[in-house]
Design a protein around this ligand. Structure first.
Ligand code: 5CA
Length: 442
C-alpha cells in the first residue's frame, strides 16, 4: 500500500478527550473515528489490526474443535423472557420495536439465542458434546463508556458456548477454552493471567477472567508473581487429552479480581511474590450448568432414556478491546509498537527523497520485492520531511522500518530498524531483504 493513497487521518496533537494512552494513540494514528459515545467506526489501519486479532482468535478456537457459526445482532425478546433475563438485564440492554410492534433487542450476549438453536437441533446424549462460537458485534448501553474501544457500547466479541450431558463433560469444555485462551493471548504478545472471578449477569458458579496487567486497567487484581513467568506456548496442545493438569497448574497459585479477593490468603504469600496491580479483562469464561437449558427446555435423552437438561458454559473474548489492550501493553513515547502477529503491515518502507530518480527506483524495487516475498508493506513515498516520515512510522508502530536515502543508494545500502528495540543497522539491500523475509511475514 502506498501511503499517499492510504486513508489514515493522523493527528499531530493529542486529542483532549482521550484519557488513556491506547485511546490517544488510536485516534492519533487514525485507526478509529467516534460515531457517538462508545460507538466507533474502524478506519483502514485499525480495521487491519482488528481482523488480525480476530483471525488469531478464530484459529485457536478452531484448534479446540469449536465450530464457527454466525448469529444475528438483533434478537427477539421472547427468548430472553423464557430464560428470565429480559427484566434482569435492565438498562444495559438496547430494546427495539419493529414495525409490527414486536419487541426486539440488540444482543448484549447470546446464551438464549444459541440455546434455542441447540434445542431445535439436538435430541440425544449421543450427539454431545457440542461447542460453537461466533465473532459478532454486541451492544451494551454501558453507564460510562470510556477509554475509546476499551469500554465501548458497541464492541466485537468472540463468544463460544458449550453443551454437555453432565458437569464432568462441561468441565472438559471449560478446560479446552481455558487452555485456548492462554494460547490466544500469548500469540498476541500478551501475558494474560487467569483469575478467579465473579459471574455477574451471566451467572454460574465457576468462572475465570483473563487479565492483562496494565496501570490503566479498570480492575484491581491480586496474584502470585510466578504466574507472570509461566510459559504458555512451549508445546503444542492435544485438545483430546486431559487438560486438567494444565488448568491445575495455572489455578494452583493465587490470582483473583477485586470481587473474589481474599486478603488473608493473599497475605500468606511471601511479600516479594505478591503482585497487586491493575488489569484489563480481555476474556471471561463461565460454567453455569443448567441455568439456561432448564428454563428454556434444552433437554436431551440420556443413556437411560431419561430427558435431562444439558450443562452449559459460555466463553467470551473482547476482540475489539484487545486492540486497546495490546497498545496499553506495547508502546513508547513515540507511539505504538505492534507485535508482529497483529501488526497492520509487516514493514514500513520510507523513501527519504521522493522525486529523486535513484531513490525512487531503489525504493520501488524494494517495494515490489517485499510484496513478492509475501510481506505486507506500507510504502511512504510522500514528499514530506524525513522527520515527519519517521514520526509517522514510529506512531503507527509497524514492526520494521526500512529506509532508502540518497547516501545509501550510492553505497547500495538501506537502513533497517526494529521498532520494538530501536536497533538500527545499515545493510546491503539484499541482506536487508533476506533479514526481513526470514523474520517471516505472518
Ligand atoms: N456471555 C459471556 C461469555 S461469552 C459474556 O458476555 N461475558 S462478558 O460479559 O465477560 O464479556 C466477554 C468479554 O467481552 C469481556 O471479557 C471483555 O473482554 C469484553 N467486553 C465486555 N464488555 C465490553 C465493553 N463494554 N467494551 C469492550 N469489550 C467488552
Amino acid at each position: 500500500m502506498r501511503l499517499s493513497q492510504f486513508f489514515m487521518p493522523t493527528l499531530r496533537e493529542n486529542p483532549s478527550e482521550a484519557q488513556i494512552v491506547s485511546h490517544r494513540l488510536m485516534l492519533r494514528a487514525g485507526m478509529i473515528r467516534q460515531s457517538s459515545a462508545g460507538i466507533y467506526s474502524w478506519l483502514p489501519l485499525g480495521f487491519r489490526v482488528l481482523k488480525n486479532i480476530e483471525q488469531i482468535v478464530r484459529e485457536e478456537q478452531d484448534a479446540t474443535g469449536c465450530q464457527e457459526v454466525l448469529m444475528p445482532t438483533i434478537q427477539p425478546a421472547e427468548l430472553w423472557k423464557e430464560s428470565g433475563r429480559y427484566e434482569d438485564y435492565g438498562k444495559e440492554m438496547l430494546r427495539i420495536k419493529d414495525r409490527h410492534e414486536r419487541e426486539m433487542l440488540y444482543g448484549p450476549t447470546n446464551e438464549e439465542q444459541i440455546t434455542e438453536i441447540f434445542r431445535a437441533g439436538v435430541r440425544s446424549y449421543k450427539e454431545l458434546p457440542k461447542l460453537l462460537y461466533h465473532i459478532q458485534w454486541k451492544f451494551r448501553d454501558e453507564v460510562r463508556p470510556r477509554f475509546g474501544i476499551m469500554r465501548g457500547r458497541e464492541f466485537l466479541m468472540k463468544d463460544a458456548y458449550s453443551f454437555d450431558i453432565d458437569q464432568a463433560g462441561a468441565r472438559r469444555a471449560y478446560n479446552k477454552m481455558f487452555v485456548a485462551y492462554l494460547r490466544t493471548f500469548a500469540r498476541m504478545g500478551l501475558k494474560a493471567i487467569p483469575m478467579a472471578a465473579d459471574t455477574g449477569p451471566i451467572g454460574g458458579d465457576l468462572s475465570h477472567e483473563f487479565i492483562i496487567l496494565a496501570e490503566t486497567g479498570e480492575s484491581a487484581v491480586f496474584a502470585h508473581r510466578d504466574l507472570v513467568e509461566f510459559d504458555v506456548l512451549a508445546s503444542d496442545v492435544d485438545y483430546e487429552k486431559d487438560l486438567q493438569p494444565i488448568v491445575d497448574r495455572w489455578t494452583s497459585l493465587y490470582a483473583a479480581t477485586d470481587e473474589k479477593h481474599d486478603k488473608a490468603t493473599f497475605e500468606a504469600i511471601p511479600a516479594t511474590k505478591r503482585v497487586e496491580a491493575r488489569g484489563i479483562e480481555v476474556g471471561h469464561i463461565f460454567y453455569f450448568g443448567t441455568k439456561y437449558s432448564a428454563p428454556m427446555n434444552a433437554k436431551v435423552m440420556d443413556a437411560d432414556g431419561k430427558e435431562v437438561a444439558v450443562h452449559g458454559g459460555s466463553y467470551g473474548i473482547g476482540v475489539s478491546r484487545l486492540v486497546g489492550a495490546i497498545i496499553e501493553a506495547s508502546h513508547d513515547d513515540n507511539g505504538i509498537i505492534w507485535p508482529d502477529s497483529v501488526a497492520p503491515f509487516d514493514v514500513g518502507l520510507i523513501n527519504l527523497r521522493s522525486g529523486d530518480g535513484a531513490c525512487d527506483a531503489a525504493a520501488s524495487d524494494l517495494y515490489a520485492k517485499l510484496q513478492k516475498a509475501g510481506m505486507d508493506v506500507l510504502y511512504d513515498e510522500r514528499t514530506e520531511s524525513a522527520g515527519a516520515k519517521f514520526a509517522t512510522m514510529d506512531l503507527i508502530g509497524l514492526p520494521w522500518q526500512l529506509t532508502v536515502g540518497p547516501r545509501g543508494v550510492k553505497a547500495g545500502t538501506v537502513e533497517l530498524k526494529r521498532r520494538a528495540t530501536g536497533e538500527k543497522s545499515e545493510l546491503p539491500v539484499d541482506a536487508a531483504l533476506n533479514k526481513l523475509t526470514a523474520s517471516g511475514a505472518r
